[in-house]
Design a protein around this ligand. Sequence first.
Ligand SMILES: [Zn+2]
Length: 142
Amino acid sequence: MKFIADVMLGKLAKRMRLMGFDVLYGPSCDDNEVLRLALDQGRIILTRDTGLASRPLAQNHLLITSALIDDQLRQVLEAFSPPSGHALTRCSLCNGQLSMLERKDARDLVPDHVAATVHEFWRCEQCGKVYWKGSHVRHMTT
Ligand SMILES: [Zn+2]
């Protein structure tokens, strides 16, 4: 199950990625680009735009009704279940796959206090962003 978020839903895309959803999002994607990518890659369109949602090529969509991120997330979770397994599988910035990072390799990439206290790290295979459980995830999800 894959998604593409329209230009108004960048925050929602990030929050969904942190839950393990595959969500494509490009702040510069116009409606036609969103439709093309959705069809090419078999993605469900997440949109707040009734105009986009009513287009014949956009049949596979979820029309997000609220402007509030918490309500948006609730609506998504009522319609779809997050992928099972570990939540930290996908980069919130670029939607890349995360892979486990050796603690010794993470040391040079994270703040000292994190390297000293955290044991499990993940790294985005696309953009290189490093993730870890704990304060970072709490920070990312609030
Ligand atoms: Zn990334």
